[in-house]
Design a protein around this ligand. Structure first.
Ligand code: NAP
Length: 250
């Protein structure tokens, strides 16, 4: 349910994949949507134009979530343009190149942890600072991964570690800010058809991996967005400090 004042949601990494599907669905559900991107301005602006053509409200906003000053400036820009942020989808994430730990480059491991862990923490901190002063509170949805509990051996164990960190962060922060009317939850997708696999170099193995998924196929970004939007909604008003696996049984 969206109240008469339009709810504003910020989706980090909203230019592609799960973030873009979430931004589209949020707009369909009546949210004004801030679409954060890092490098792909073209994708973010095309998505914003698509939402606006459909009668929605959207804004593209550049920020590297790993950089705290970028994050603070992004929140300022979104609130100045769209109004108070009621919902944050902490979606931006990267894996680094697939392979065993011994072959991974230290700078790549560091970058994954900075984007996936510090990026989520900086954005959540900024969101809590703003939401806690408002009577209506807010909702934060963090993107974890099935990798957090599977561990992703020989693929990207550092990425799995970054997502396990998100699980702990979600559980603790939810308890910390519940009295302020802020819910904090996480969604842990299984293998979803997005660009992330091309970038990590896992894409060629994806169809083989499908055989190991109980439902027999990969997930779609839209199927993850459905869960995220439910968690943002009033229907999830008693739901906090929980991690929801959307992974086809994997
Ligand atoms: P994707 O298609 O590769 O898109 C990644 C998004 O994150 C892009 O919008 C990208 O922006 C943005 N991004 C990357 N680094 C950023 C940074 N430093 N600052 C701000 N934005 C940044 O990824 P996806 O597959 O949709 O994944 C979305 C989330 O779901 C991630 O957290 C991922 O770990 C998680 N997840 C995905 C899967 C899966 O199978 N796809 C499974 C489990 C969990 P640009 O477009 O500007 O590059």
């Amino acid at each position: 349910m969206v109240s008469s004042v339009q709810n504003v949601v910020l989706v980090t990494g909203g230019s592609r994949g799960i973030g873009a599907a979430t931004a589209r669905l949020a707009s369909e559900r009546g949210y004004a949507v801030a679409v954060n991107y890092f490098r792909e301005k073209k994708h973010a602006e095309a998505l914003v134009a698509e939402i606006q053509q459909g009668g929605g409200t959207a804004l593209a906003v550049q920020a590297d979530v790993a950089q705290q000053p970028d994050v603070a400036a992004m929140f300022d820009q979104v609130e100045a343009t769209l109004g108070p942020i009621r919902a944050l989808v902490n979606n931006a994430g990267i894996t680094g190149k697939r392979g065993p730990l011994v072959h991974a480059a230290p700078h790549e491991i560091r970058r994954v942890l900075e984007v996936n862990v510090l990026g989520v923490i900086w954005c959540a901190q900024e969101a809590v600072r703003r939401m806690s002063h408002r009577t209506e509170g807010g909702v934060i949805v963090n993107l974890s991964s099935g990798a957090a509990t599977i561990g992703s051996p020989h693929t990207y164990v550092w990425y799995a570690a970054s997502k396990a960190a998100i699980d702990g962060f979600t559980l603790g922060l939810a308890k910390e800010v519940a009295p302020e009317g802020i819910r904090v939850v996480a969604v842990a997708p299984g293998i979803v058809t997005t660009d992330i696999h091309e970038q990590s170099g896992v894409a060629p193995q994806l169809e083989q991996l499908a055989a190991g998924i109980p439902v027999g196929r990969l997930g779609t970004p839209e199927e993850i967005a459905q869960m995220i939007l439910w968690l943002l909604s009033e229907e999830a008003s008693y739901t906090t400090g929980a991690i929801f696996r959307v992974a086809g049984g994997r």
